[in-house]
Every structure is written in structure tokens, then in C-alpha cells.
Design a protein around this ligand. Sequence first.
Ligand code: G1P
Length: 288
Amino acid sequence: MPLHTAVIPAAGMGTRFLPATKAVPKELMPIFDTPALQLVMDEAIGAGCDHIVVVSSKAKTGIEAYLAPSADAVKRVRDSGRTELADRLARIGSDVRVSVVYQDAPRGLGHAIGCARSAVGNEPFAVLLPDELMGDSSLLKQMSDMFLQNDKSVVGLKQVPMTEVSAYGCVKTTSAPTASGEVTVTDVVEKPAMHEAPSDLILIGRYVLHAGMFDMLDALKPAPSGEIQLTDALLIEAQAGDLFGVVSNIARFDTGTPMGWLQAVIELTLQRKDAGAELEAWLKGKYS
Ligand code: G1P
């Protein structure tokens, strides 16, 4: 069954971005002029998804306001000359359906994904963590194709310096990646200490999961932190030989901290046709 639903967990309270997140959900913080949430939705749509399920919190009313289709906003963006952006915005609520579901309490990523169950239905789905921005849809598309071939869950992976692994889920694989980066994952550890990490390959917040994942999450016991961890379900799959991965060189930006967010804003704005040259000239002028 082709992948057509993407789940975006966006219920977190954004503590690291206080005081901004008193009023603005972290997922709506702009990358130049466009919320991170929109960029992640665009990535999913670019990989073939036509149904986006956003897991939000009742306290984050801005998320629903943003997702409500607005012909007026699309027109104003179009009138300002940003045609390509206007085209992307116009798809939300027309050929791309958006569902919003709620996570009532912060009970972990696995629990957040479980909250999407009735909106997803009995079919495979992608998960995109909106803290992580990718340069394009190529990784998710490759993961989706790999899922279609094997009918087993696929995780997006990237090699990072060992000093960074303790901030992420980290995996062990059976062998070196194929030419296209494909691997079988045999172990998954959430945020290991550097000296205990199984490798320098981390989970970068992109997953394609089979529908059975919802039952697996339901059956999980909470981790010592009290949270239902997606990583615990992935570990069960890995130990059964049922988890694949794609090791990617894709450009990736972790906006989970204010500094990471600021770097993403600068890097991604430098890449924009309508603003990159102006920003680059300003930066050069400042530091030459
Ligand atoms: C989550 C996952 C972790 C993954 C990371 C990617 O952690 O639990 O496995 O590596 O996202 O950003 P979080 O950053 O939400 O603590």
C-alpha cells in the first residue's frame, strides 16, 4: 500500500524556547517567513503524502489557526510575488487533507504517535519530527520506496560526530550501508552516553512505520521517565530483524534549541532565491 499519511507530533510545550513559546508554538517559529511546520508538511507532500495528521495540544491554538485554509493568506502571499510559496500553501485543505488530533499530557513521542491512530487508520504512515528540517523530500521518498519493497519499518539515519550522539536515538546496524545507504538495524538506544553508544549513526526524526506499530505502542510499558518511547518499539522490531534504515547525507537542521533554530534560519534563508543573496551580502559586509 503506498504511503499517503504523515504524522507530525507537535504537542510539546517548547520549554527551551520560553518566553517566545508563551504565545507562539515552537512549530510556528518562522524560518525566514515560513513556519517550520509548513516546511515539514511540504517535505511530506513532496514525498507523496496527501494526508497530514498533526498531533497538537489544546493549549496551542495557534497550530489550528495556522492549519485552517485561508484563501486570503494565499492571495496575499501570491500578490507579494512569492508564487511558489503561495502554490504550496494553496494545497493545504484542497488536495492535501489535514487532521488535527490532541495529546492531552506530555507522555512521550510513542504516546503522541498513538494519539494519531484513529486519524491514520489501518495503514502505514510516516512520522516527521518538526524539530528536524531537511533540505528536501528525497530521504522520506527513499524511505517510503524501501517500505513498499519490504513491508518493514524504515528509519532515517545520519552519521554525526560521537560528541553529539547522546542527544539522539542511536543505532547499530548489521553491516556497512549499501551504495544507496540502506542498512538493517539491529539495536536502538535512546540518548546513550557517548562511551555506550552503539555507533555514530543517529535517528534524525524521520520514520516510515507499518500500521502494526500502533498495537506495539499500546503494549509498551512506560520508560523510567514515565514516557512511552517510540525507541522502545523500534528496538523490538530491530531485535526481530524487522527494522531497516537509510543512512543519508541529506542537509539536516536540528531546530530543537534556539541556537540550532537560528542556524537553520540563516542556512535555509541563504538557500532562498528571493532572499539568499541579500542575506549573504549583509553577512559578508558584517564580517569582512
Ligand atoms: C527524538 C527521538 C530521538 C531522535 C530525535 C531526533 O528525541 O526520541 O530518538 O534522535 O528526536 O531529533 P527528542 O529530540 O524529541 O528528545
